[in-house]
Design a protein around this ligand. Structure first.
Ligand code: TYD
Ligand code: MG
Length: 460
């Protein structure tokens, strides 16, 4: 009688969802990366050598650098200009791109649009979904206005089958929606666990490179705000894009966090419309469209998103309160910086709001994380506290130090040009020792050394 097969050697391990390392024992804090509550129990098979690694695709011979042709593979064109720019100018054949973002933010919509356009302009494209039925996908594609094209759909979650389908079909672009729903049969842990996500991504990376098929994978963000197994995934893929925004606002920002083929911190701006994601070609104009002129508490900051200047309205509201601990609320603005600005306003220029609630809001669901918007926020708070409106044709740039001094910020020419382009007549900015070369014509520069000087200049 044949002997029953030896049972696979299973063991329980605790895998960190932040760094991907696994441990024999559970702990509240990951011994490796130090994050709290990230260890997840997984049943894994004892690894034998080479297990779970990408299949070998032949021996690589060393090549002389000078003999390698860098221009051999042109990028595939992508007709969504904002998306293409974030990628560094089109899709690189054989690249693996992770697109992360909150559920419902529009990842599937954007990638379906990219798939439709690639299928029409480049060649066969495969959209693999583990989340939606073919019927649902078809409905979405029709909503996005797809015509007759080389777009193929596959609904499957078994990655071996998906890879087999891709190997057979050899599409120019494959989209996997989402990496958390895919699983490899050879692993015992369930779909969405760190082990599965990591191994599936490695498998796709090996496939993308060997077939020279570009591959986009969707990754959901966990409630802590990171893509499950983010560090491990980030190491495996070539490019990490993050789709951000606020579900209640139409604007969406596509940000590049890592890019082996282009600049990082590039940003594409989209708007969720009835027929998919529309590119916003003049984002500053859109962000300022609903501005109420001559209202106290509103100031326009010129921030940079990557290499692109963006003008955004910063609003502040102050309201008297009996509460011994007045409220400070920041929306789209750094909460701790708000405290610093309030302290500097009180101590250096005598604008006291200790008996008032202070709310600061960046309009349009945008969030600013560079200190160049300090001055605009401080001016908005002072304007709200004093009930004096700021002139609507004034743009504001500058970082504030703890002594109330203004510090200059980078990329001034680009910021000033954008402000001038949008019709701003004056710009408040820190005084520097080096005069600015070629300031845009029609824009009067108001230089200030300190927050006090700045407020004197704009709130008369
Ligand atoms: P979806 O792309 O499914 O989000 P994700 O894949 O990131 O989870 O889209 C989410 C929302 O977008 C959904 O609530 C419906 C809305 N939507 C539009 O407003 N317009 C459209 O054309 C489409 C397809 C979706
Ligand atoms: Mg989706």
């Amino acid at each position: 009688m044949p002997r029953p097969p030896a049972s696979p050697r299973l063991k329980t391990r605790y895998v960190c969802t932040a760094c991907g390392h696994d441990f024999a024992k559970w702990a509240g804090k990951c011994p490796d990366c130090g994050e709290w509550n990230t260890l997840q129990e997984e049943v894994v098979e004892e690894r034998s050598a080479g297990r779970g690694m990408a299949p070998r695709t032949g021996f690589a011979q060393p090549q002389k650098l000078s003999e390698i042709r860098a221009d051999a593979l042109p990028r595939l064109p992508l007709e969504i200009g904002e998306f293409a720019r974030v990628l560094g100018g089109g899709i690189v054949p054989g690249s693996l791109v992770l697109v992360g973002g909150d559920p419902g933010i529009g990842k599937s919509t954007l990638l379906m649009q990219a798939a439709v356009l690639t299928a029409r302009n480049v060649g066969p494209t495969l959209y693999v979904s583990g989340e939606e039925s073919a019927h649902q996908l078809k409905m979405r594609a029709e909503r996005l206005g797809v015509g007759e094209s080389e777009l193929y759909l596959l609904t499957d979650t078994n990655l071996d089958d998906v890879v087999a389908a891709i190997e057979q079909m050899r599409p120019k672009l494959a989209i996997i929606d989402s990496i958390q729903t895919m699983y490899l049969d050879s692993l015992t842990s369930s779909a969405g666990t760190v082990t599965q996500v990591r191994e599936c991504a490695s498998r796709l990376q090996a496939m993308a490179k060997s077939l020279n098929t570009a591959c986009f994978i969707v990754g959901h963000v966990t409630k802590e705000g990171s893509i499950a197994g983010p560090k491990v995934l980030e190491h495996i893929v070539d490019t990490v894009l993050q789709l951000e925004g606020d579900r209640f606002h139409a604007f969406r920002l596509l940000r590049s966090i890592k890019n082996r083929f282009g600049a990082t911190s590039e940003v594409g701006v989209f708007e969720m419309a009835g027929s998919g994601m529309k590119e916003v070609l003049n984002p500053s104009e859109s962000f300022l469209a609903e501005r109420m002129m001559h209202a106290p508490g509103s100031a326009v900051a010129v921030t940079m998103e990557g290499t692109r200047p963006l003008l955004v309205e910063v609003q502040a509201l102050t309201s008297p309160t009996q509460n011994p601990m007045p409220r400070r609320t920041a929306n789209g603005f750094d909460y701790n910086r708000l405290f610093i600005l309030i302290a500097v306003l009180a101590k250096r220029v005598g604008v006291r709001v200790h008996d008032q609630d202070v709310f600061v809001n960046v309009v349009g669901g945008m969030s600013i994380d560079e200190p160049a918007a300090d001055l605009a926020a401080a001016v908005a708070i002072a304007s709200a506290a004093k009930g004096v409106a700021i002139a609507p044709d004034l743009a504001i740039i500058g970082e504030i130090g703890l002594s109330g001094e203004l510090r200059t910020v980078g990329q001034l020419p680009a910021r000033l040009n954008e402000a001038a382009k949008l019709g701003f007549k004056r710009c408040l900015l820190p005084k520097t020792t080096r005069p600015l070369e070629n300031p845009p014509p029609g824009l009067t520069l108001i230089h200030a050394r300190s927050l006090g000087e700045a407020l004197d200049a704009v709130m008369k």
